[in-house]
Design a protein around this ligand. Structure first.
Ligand SMILES: C[S@@+](CC[C@H](N)C(=O)[O-])C[C@H]1O[C@@H](n2cnc3c(N)ncnc32)[C@H](O)[C@@H]1O
Length: 201
């Protein structure tokens, strides 16, 4: 199945640089839950190059089937069927997970949804397991580039609940959910890859 695959140029641009970082973070075998999978381009690239992992795509129920054309085309043995997951749902009811990845979701979700994502991620991870969150973030209330400022304005025009999040708020969420920040990688195009590890409870 190759027709009508959803396509994101941004995913094509960033998938290799993200892979190079998460290769070291998700070095042990296990299942990685992806939140907000979108087109499936990341899922396919990461599963193909990280065969020691089982990749579990998921997305909001309204979007969870979007990635199917990419998954079917790739036909990889280590990608699971995508799961419908709204991070706001109180009980995620997921199979066992050893790590979580999410890209470009924190500025699309409302702030209460971002809070719910952190609560849910912290609840499903065991001590030492990692959460990687990729996307644009602000520092001290400042945009890191004019293009991010324009992007933020366009998001807020579309829907005022969306917008680029500030690192100070994101770090507070990590602290509140017993996720210890391990890395804040500078990525191309004014993006970051944030890595947390679950602390022992
Ligand atoms: C900009 S897209 C990013 C897609 C992909 N990760 C990427 O980097 O191209 C944002 C994604 O967040 C998902 N999303 C938004 N709200 C959500 C929620 N409450 N629970 C789960 N996913 C959500 C959307 O369905 C969408 O797939």
């Amino acid at each position: 199945m190759t027709d009508a695959k959803p396509y994101s140029q941004a995913c094509e641009n960033n998938k290799q640089v993200i892979l190079e970082k998460i290769t070291t973070v998700f070095s042990e075998s296990g299942t990685i839950l992806e939140i907000g999978t979108g087109t499936g381009q990341h899922a396919v690239h990461f599963a193909r190059h990280l065969p020691h992992l089982r990749w579990q795509p998921s997305d909001h129920p309204s979007n969870a089937q979007l990635c199917m054309p990419w998954l079917e085309d790739a036909d990889l043995p280590n990608i699971n069927t995508p799961l419908p997951l709204d991070v706001s749902s109180p009980d995620w009811q997921l199979p066992s997970t050893n790590g979580v990845f999410s890209a470009n979701t924190a500025h699309i979700m409302s702030w209460p949804e971002v809070e719910a994502m952190f609560r849910g991620v912290a609840a499903i991870l065991d001590a030492g397991e990692a959460f990687c969150l990729y996307g644009p973030f602000n520092y001290g209330g400042h945009f890191t580039s004019p293009s991010n400022q324009q992007f933020d304005a366009s998001l807020r025009r579309q829907n005022p609940v969306m917008g680029i999040r500030d690192m100070s708020d994101i770090m507070l969420l990590g602290k509140a959910t017993k996720l210890a920040m391990e890395n804040d990688f500078d990525m191309p195009a004014n993006n970051r890859l944030l890595v947390w590890r679950k602390l022992p409870s």
